[in-house]
Structure formats: structure tokens, C-alpha cells
Design a protein around this ligand. Structure first.
Ligand code: HEC
Ligand code: HEC
Ligand code: HEC
Ligand code: HEC
Ligand code: HEC
Length: 448
């Protein structure tokens, strides 16, 4: 009898452990909203951190306009037409509004309805994570274990709080915590987000510089009203929505191969682009949406302006890295219910400019921004951490070039969302703001 009791107890414990250590898709519907505290509760003591977080995108991961448009107008609409997409589309919430996912509230109410799904990636979502599951050497698809309750987990040992218990867990200082949402595998088995993997393969992981050092830098101050002063992790989480973070992330320089050129000669320019600031590739994350391009112009002695197209290098898939007058994104026609949709312009930037990107393709081999509908990745022509790429420009001087100085200007621009897609979907202008990453200039002298 005692033996049976012990066995039953053991089985009970085992299933209880299995229940609390679920992560990813298995966590669907395993919790309730009430188990999580609201960010406003944390505000009463952690005002500073709370206000930082409200300005970061993770506090708006469910409510931000472009997220709402892509989720409801493309993803949910796609799953209504193709039921095999229902699971993956519910999975959007696993990262964008983890509480809703764990509460089984999928599809959650629209942001305007003011439900708790709006809390997005909240304080209590992160600070009740107790473990990160990995598969194949890295975490992905919200593979965090959530154990909401009285204990708030963090990076510091032995802290005392009147509102909650605290416990130090090493994961709070590790990139894997972030990687559980910043790496994503889609229903085709394609890694459509790999920021933590890019970091891991790059120099910063080897030097022990996790995401937190650049996105949650530490500064002297108080982390709670009643706390003693100390070095405190700032909850900035600044990224592509902060022009100051993107600005200067790539340094560029440019020089001609000859300073003096004959009037019927050819100018050869080289531009070096160095990723000196990011711990991952640029662009990273929502690579399907982002576009970064190098625009080079010349101004002759009479003030006439010329646009210089980049020299081709001849690698496979290069056509996707040079701006062209092409249509793409045809699969938006499925959720939009437009039969025979021809697509919209692929790039929306000056033809001939070099684009640093990795194109995503649907199963018909057409470029897509619907990451969940991506069957294949194209050439990876992004700039890796501490990598330098060189672009060349060969320009045969026009017949009527005047004698004197020609000034060249290189501008590296960044846009969060390809403009023609934003216009088609009615995404507000601020999402397609052009951010100047960097500029460089040089000159040559033309002689008769
Ligand atoms: C009544 C005040 C109060 C409230 C409310 C409160 N905290 Fe705290 N919290 C503290 C104090 C005090 C500390 C310890 C600060 C110190 O000594 O550095 C702390 C520490 C922490 C830490 C650091 C833990 C560690 O070990 O590194 C985390 C994380 C945390 N709180 C999260 C939260 C979250 C999330 C909420 C809302 C759900 C919350 N707190 C609500 C007062 C509060
Ligand atoms: C995306 C996950 C995430 C979110 C969201 C988040 N935090 Fe944190 N927080 C962390 C991590 C990671 C650390 C530890 C960073 C480190 O030490 O490098 C931390 C540290 C803290 C600390 C201790 C800071 C210190 O260094 O003394 C407090 C307090 C805290 N968080 C409270 C909050 C509150 C309150 C909110 C919501 C307003 C919040 N956090 C939102 C991940 C998060
Ligand atoms: C629970 C899932 C989750 C975790 C854990 C998480 N993130 Fe995020 N993060 C998101 C989502 C979702 C977004 C997209 C927000 C949006 O919709 O714009 C995001 C956006 C960001 C951005 C981009 C901001 C921008 O301007 O584009 C940064 C930077 C960021 N996270 C850093 C971190 C860091 C650093 C960590 C680890 C300390 C972390 N995140 C952990 C889900 C998560
Ligand atoms: C050495 C500093 C550094 C480290 C380490 C670092 N980042 Fe970044 N991160 C940046 C800079 C600079 C940018 C702005 C340039 C850009 O958009 O890539 C950025 C941008 C981002 C963005 C927005 C990218 C976009 O295009 O939407 C996200 C998301 C992000 N980082 C997440 C992470 C995560 C997750 C980690 C850890 C795995 C990490 N970062 C490690 C410096 C860093
Ligand atoms: C594994 C976690 C994860 C899943 C699943 C996920 N996302 Fe995201 N999503 C993120 C992260 C992290 C970012 C931020 C990347 C960056 O800043 O570049 C993001 C960014 C976005 C953005 C761009 C936000 C902006 O303002 O630029 C949109 C839109 C978006 N996701 C929609 C979706 C939709 C729709 C789905 C489901 C089909 C989905 N996401 C599934 C983690 C996830």
C-alpha cells in the first residue's frame, strides 16, 4: 500500500514538473491572465524602469499599428483561407503577447478593445521566466518556461522587496533569454529570424558580450524607489525604431583609385561599409520587412548631378541585392482576397542602388514579406558583426563633363518596411521613415 502511495506521489510530482516546464507551443492555454501581474503594479516601485519600457517596442508588440495590420489583415486573414496556417498564426502571439497565448486567448481581441493582450511583452512575462529550452544548439519560438507567481527572477542575488520574492537566475544575463523570441522557425522549417544565432556565430559571443550589454546598458542609479544605489540595467531595448541606434551602426568611407582623371576617362570608386556597432547582422530580426541601401551620386563642376549604379559582383542571387523595377509580394493577394494579384514594387528605392538584405521567397519563388509563408531564403547579403563589405563604382565620364572638380557622395539609408508594401497595406508613414545610417564623400579632378 505504502509503495503504491509513493508511486502515485512520484507520478503526481513528475506530471506537475512536466506541467510547469512546458514551453513554446505546448504552453498554449496552460495559464490564465490572472496569474500575471500588470505592469502598472510594478510602476508603483519601479517607475523609472516602467517608463523606459513603455517607450520600447516590446511594450507595444501587440498594439503597434504595423503589428496589428500584419497580424489581422495578412496573417489571420491567411489562416481563414488556409486552415493549415491556423497553428503558426496563433503562434505569433507566443512572442508578441505571450500572456494571451498562454491563456489560450487566440485570436486575441483587437488592440482597440483594451484587453490584457495589449500588455505585450510585459514585466511579468520576462521576470517569471525560469528556464530556456534549446533545440539543435539554440532557442527559438518562445521556448521559455513561464512560472508566474510571487517570485520575480532577475540577474542580482539576495535582493529584498516588500511586494515579491526575488531570485537570481543566470539566464537573465544570457543572450538565450532574448533568443527564445528573437529566433523564429516557421511552418516550412525555415529560420525566419535568427538574431541570437547571428550573435552566437559572431565575435561578440566569443568575447562574452550578450544582447543586454548593448540593449540594456547599465548605469548608476536606483532600480526601485526604496532601493540603494547601484549599477542598474536600463530597460531601453532600442533597435530599429530608434534612429540614434541605427545611425552610425555602419561606418562608411569612399575613395577614388585616381585623384586626377582625363575628361574622356573613367572614375573608379570604392566604398567600405563596416558594421562596428551591432552584435548581429544588419539588418537583423524582421529581415523580410527591412531594406538598407547605398546611394551614390556625383556633382560636376557645373553643379549637374549624376546617379551612379553599383558595379555587379556576379554572385548567385545578386539581382535581389540591386534595386530594380520589378514586382514582388504576390502572395499578399491570398489574405487580401485579390485573385491574379500582380504584386507591388519590390524595392521602392532608386534603381541600380546596392541593397543589403536577405530576400525571403514563397513556394513559387516570389519574394514575400509574409515570413510565415516563406519556403526558402535567398542570398544573405547583409553586413555581419564587425564585417566590412566593399562596393565599387565604375563611371565612364559623360562626353560633356566640364573640367574641374567632381564631388561624390555616398549615403547609406535604412527603412523598416519596404515602402510600396506599406503604401499598399495602408501602414502609417512613420514606419517607412528613411533613417540615414551614414554618409561619405570624396572627389576627383577632371583635366583636358
Ligand atoms: C512595493 C514595491 C515593489 C513592487 C510593487 C514591485 N517591486 Fe520589484 N523590487 C522591489 C524592490 C525594493 C526590489 C529590490 C531592489 C534592490 O534592492 O536593488 C525589487 C527587485 C526586483 C527585481 C530584481 C530581482 C533580482 O534578483 O535581480 C525584479 C526583476 C523585480 N523587482 C520585478 C518586479 C516586477 C516584474 C514587478 C511587478 C509585477 C515588481 N517588481 C513590483 C520593489 C517592488
Ligand atoms: C524582455 C524582457 C524584460 C522585460 C519586458 C522587462 N525586463 Fe526587467 N530585466 C530583464 C533582464 C534581462 C534584466 C537583467 C539585465 C542584466 O542585469 O543584464 C532585468 C533587470 C530588471 C531589474 C533589476 C535591474 C538592476 O540591474 O538592478 C528590475 C528591477 C526589473 N528588471 C524590473 C522590470 C520591470 C518593472 C519591468 C516592466 C516595466 C521589466 N523589468 C521589464 C528583462 C526584462
Ligand atoms: C517574450 C518574447 C521576447 C523576449 C523574451 C525578448 N523579446 Fe525583444 N522583442 C519581442 C517582440 C515580439 C518584438 C517586436 C516588437 C514589435 O512588434 O515591434 C521585440 C523587439 C525587440 C527590439 C526591437 C526594437 C525595435 O525598435 O525594433 C529589441 C532591441 C529587443 N526586442 C531586444 C530584446 C532583448 C535584448 C531581449 C533579452 C533581454 C529581448 N528582446 C527578449 C519579443 C521578445
Ligand atoms: C555590440 C552591441 C550589440 C549587441 C551585442 C546586440 N545588439 Fe542588437 N542592435 C545593436 C545596434 C547598434 C542595433 C541597430 C542597428 C540594427 O538595426 O541592426 C541593433 C538592433 C537590434 C534590433 C533591431 C533590428 C531590426 O532591424 O529590426 C534587434 C531586434 C536587436 N538588436 C536584438 C538583439 C538581440 C536579441 C541581441 C542578442 C542576441 C543583440 N541585439 C545584440 C547593437 C547590439
Ligand atoms: C519566435 C517569436 C516570434 C514569432 C512566433 C512571431 N514574431 Fe513577429 N517579431 C518577433 C520579434 C523578436 C520581432 C522584432 C524583430 C525586429 O525588431 O527586427 C518581431 C517583429 C514583427 C513585426 C515588425 C514590427 C515592426 O514594428 O517593425 C511584425 C509586423 C511582426 N513581427 C508580426 C508577426 C506575425 C504576424 C507573426 C505570426 C505570423 C509573428 N510576428 C510571429 C518575434 C516573433
Amino acid at each position: 500500500m505504502q509503495r503504491i502511495l509513493v508511486l502515485v506521489l512520484l507520478l503526481f510530482c513528475a506530471s506537475a514538473i512536466a506541467q510547469t516546464s512546458v514551453s513554446g507551443e505546448e504552453a498554449l492555454g496552460t495559464k490564465t491572465y490572472d496569474q500575471f501581474e500588470k505592469p502598472e503594479t510594478c510602476y508603483s516601485c519601479h517607475a523609472d524602469i516602467y517608463m523606459q519600457w513603455t517607450q520600447a517596442m516590446m511594450s507595444q508588440a501587440y498594439t503597434h499599428h504595423w503589428d496589428e495590420i500584419e497580424y489581422f489583415d495578412l496573417a489571420v486573414a491567411h489562416a481563414e483561407k488556409d486552415p493549415t496556417m491556423k497553428g503558426p498564426v496563433d503562434g505569433c502571439n507566443g512572442c508578441h503577447t505571450p500572456m494571451a497565448f498562454m491563456a489560450g486567448d487566440v485570436t486575441p481581441p483587437r488592440p482597440e478593445e483594451g484587453s490584457r493582450a495589449n500588455e505585450s511583452v510585459s514585466c511579468d512575462v520576462c521576470h517569471t521566466i525560469t528556464a530556456i529550452h534549446e533545440d539543435g544548439g539554440y532557442p527559438y519560438n518562445f521556448s521559455f518556461v513561464s512560472e508566474p507567481g510571487r517570485t520575480k527572477y532577475g540577474a542580482k542575488p539576495g535582493l529584498k522587496s516588500p511586494h515579491h520574492d526575488t531570485k537570481k537566475l543566470d539566464i537573465f544575463e544570457q543572450a538565450e533569454l532574448c533568443g527564445s523570441c528573437h529566433n523564429e522557425k516557421n511552418p516550412f522549417g525555415v529560420m525566419v529570424k535568427s538574431t541570437q544565432i547571428e550573435w552566437k556565430e559572431g565575435p561578440y559571443s566569443k568575447q562574452g558580450v550578450p544582447c543586454q550589454q548593448c540593449h540594456m546598458p547599465k548605469a548608476w542609479g536606483k532600480n526601485a524607489k526604496m532601493a540603494k544605489e547601484d549599477m542598474v540595467a536600463q530597460h531601453l531595448f532600442h533597435g530599429a525604431h530608434d534612429p540614434g541606434k541605427v545611425g552610425g551602426a555602419i561606418e562608411i568611407r569612399m575613395h577614388p583609385l585616381e585623384r586626377e582623371v582625363e575628361y574622356d576617362g573613367t572614375v573608379e570608386l570604392k566604398v567600405q561599409l563596416f558594421n562596428g556597432k551591432a552584435g548581429h547582422k544588419i539588418p537583423t530580426g524582421s529581415v523580410e520587412d527591412r531594406i538598407m541601401w547605398l546611394h551614390v551620386t556625383a556633382i560636376d563642376a557645373n553643379g549637374k548631378e549624376y546617379h551612379l549604379p553599383v558595379d555587379k559582383k556576379g554572385f548567385e542571387g545578386e539581382e535581389y541585392t540591386i534595386a530594380a523595377d520589378e514586382l514582388a509580394y504576390v502572395d499578399m493577394g491570398i489574405p487580401k482576397g485579390i485573385p491574379d494579384f500582380k504584386g507591388v514594387q519590390r524595392d521602392g528605392v532608386p534603381v541600380g542602388d546596392r541593397i543589403f538584405r536577405m530576400p525571403f521567397f514563397d513556394k513559387n519563388g516570389v519574394m514575400t514579406i509574409m515570413q510565415w509563408n516563406t519556403a526558402k531564403l535567398g542570398v544573405d547579403y547583409r553586413i555581419g558583426p564587425r564585417e566590412t563589405k566593399i562596393e565599387t563604382y565604375t563611371w565612364e565620364l559623360p562626353d560633356d563633363i566640364p573640367e574641374g572638380k567632381i564631388t561624390f557622395k555616398a549615403e547609406l539609408n535604412y527603412q523598416r518596411l519596404v515602402k510600396p508594401v506599406a503604401d499598399f497595406l495602408g501602414v502609417p508613414e512613420d514606419e517607412t521613415e528613411i533613417i540615414r545610417v551614414n554618409t561619405a564623400t570624396t572627389w576627383v579632378e577632371v583635366y583636358e
